[in-house]
Design a protein around this ligand. Structure first.
Ligand SMILES: [Zn+2]
Length: 480
């Protein structure tokens, strides 16, 4: 065995070290340093003014709401809010940044040292947050459909962003996605961000490195930029871990660089080698005074925080006696959680409600039926008006037509048949049609009961009351 092969054997096992930086656009109506609108999808450059265009001689004025939104986030993620924080200029030249610098925070961020708890495969894990700071967004270069030129849309310049930076506590792509989903969920509950990855209002960069298991020191990291779906984030991280393993296994060395995820090819590609912090020549922003945050203000914000996903989950388990799994699924989306609670206030069967929501409504963009309609249908099942099987049809019809369950049942003649005589006639039809099976049943093959039940349900188009069917079948089979 060559020396190379020995080394290969020894270093086969690597561990990934991942830290995430999330840029979350805050749901304010106006920009961070001026009164321009932040709404998405408007005509290019229609939402700009001398301040966000970075004209000489203008002065930025900080939007108080932006600070409040970041404070809400900081408190919800157990961060410490700095009583004094300050803006800095991050200097770099880019076409979509006319000022030549971005106003951000550097050595005195708004908040630090928080954490978010995640669960992967039933195992709880704490991911620490390094910091939360405020900054302004840059503009956007437009190339599509334009020949021999680049246009610039500056509607986004000055849109308020929160950068939420995690410690490198994440060890796999699954943990990364669990963390991001949890964070997004919290931001949406707080109403500080709309959680929209496609429109770029929740963007993530991942710093990924690997090291031999047992080694303390971090490996060289690469940065994956701006990936716009949870699925791609997971794939990009997995690919990057594999790529780095291959490079090291072949005796190569990882270069610190920024890489992009190529959606088409399913690989990461090098974009540029990484600037280090001093390349940006950060210095305190002279046009903005430092932000002082008094403890009274923090307390005031604390009082306005809503019930957050973890607390809601615990309460659902306790108040509604539903399994922890249901509670965690139902609270992963604020809209679903509220919907469930409204249903549960209308009807006393939370587990049945949870089943229907988790089975059919979870992935709906807008829930198409009202809580009263859903619980109305469950009540019809419980009262024996429709069978569970027919309920599926009624439910689909309800989604399609938005009519109440009872109306659909009446219009389509789907009432459950519980009348003895009617069911007996179905039973007799089935028994007469299958004399051999009846003979076998009577000589001890009792498993055939299921077959008879199935046949009766079939000829009754699923409308026969299954309890009655069983009862009457047994009666006929035992006393011919
Ligand atoms: Zn403006």
């Amino acid at each position: 065995m060559t020396r190379y092969q020995c080394i290969r054997r020894e270093f086969m096992k690597y561990e990934a070290v991942i830290g995430l930086e999330v840029h979350a656009q805050m749901l304010t109506h106006s920009k961070i340093f001026c009164g321009c609108s932040t709404s998405f999808g408007s005509k290019p450059n229609s939402q700009t003014c001398p301040v966000c265009l970075g004209m000489p001689g203008v002065l930025p004025v900080l939007n108080k709401k932006v600070v409040e939104f970041a404070m809400r986030t900081a408190l919800a993620t157990h961060c410490t809010i700095s009583p004094l924080n300050r803006f800095a200029r991050k200097n770099y030249f880019y076409p979509d940044l006319p000022k030549g610098y971005q106003i951000s925070q550097y050595e005195l961020p708004l908040a630090e040292h928080g954490h978010i708890d995640i669960q992967v495969d039933g195992v709880e894990k704490r991911i620490r947050l390094t910091r939360i700071h405020l900054e302004e967004d840059a503009g956007k270069n437009l190339h599509e459909g334009i020949e021999d030129a680049s246009y610039i849309d500056l509607n986004r310049t000055g849109v308020p962003l929160m950068e939420i930076v995690s410690e490198p506590d994440i060890r796999s792509s699954e943990e990364a996605v669990a963390y991001l989903k949890k964070l997004r969920n919290i931001l949406v509950y707080l109403e500080v961000n709309d959680g929209n990855l496609e429109e770029g209002s929740f963007r993530c960069d991942a710093n990924v490195s690997i090291r031999p298991v047992g080694q303390e020191k971090f490996g060289t990291r690469t940065e994956l930029k701006n990936i716009n779906s949870f699925r791609f984030i997971q794939k990009a991280i997995d690919y990057e871990i594999k790529r780095q393993e291959m490079v090291l296994e072949e005796g190569g060395r990882i270069i610190q660089e920024t890489r992009l995820w190529d959606t088409q090819k399913g690989i990461t590609v090098s974009m540029r080698s990484k600037e280090s912090a001093h390349d940006y020549r950060y210095f305190p922003e002279p046009d903005l005074v430092p932000v002082k945050i008094h403890s009274d203000w923090v307390e005031e914000i604390q009082k306005t925080l809503p019930e957050l996903p973890d607390a809601k989950k615990e309460r659902f388990i306790k108040d509604y006696q539903i399994p922890p799994y249901d509670a965690s699924v139902l609270t992963q989306n604020k809209k679903i959680a509220f919907y469930f609670e409204e249903c549960a206030s209308l009807y006393h069967r939370p587990k049945a409600i949870s089943n229907w929501i988790m089975g059919d409504l979870l992935n709906e963009e807008e829930i198409p039926i009202s809580p009263r309609q859903l619980t109305g249908m469950i009540e019809l099942i419980d009262k024996g008006v429709i069978s569970g099987k027919i309920a599926k049809t009624v439910f689909e019809e309800m989604l399609r037509t938005k009519k109440d369950a009872r109306t659909i049942v009446e219009e389509k003649g789907l009432l459950q048949v519980s009348d003895d005589e009617a069911i007996l006639s179905f039973v007799d039809q089935v028994l007469n049609a299958n004399p051999e099976s009846v003979e076998q049943y009577r000589s001890g093959k009792e498993r055939l009961l299921g077959f008879f039940v199935g046949q009766v349900m079939k000829i009754s188009s699923g409308k026969a009351n299954p309890g009655k069917v069983n009862e009457l079948l047994l009666k006929r089979l035992k006393n011919p």
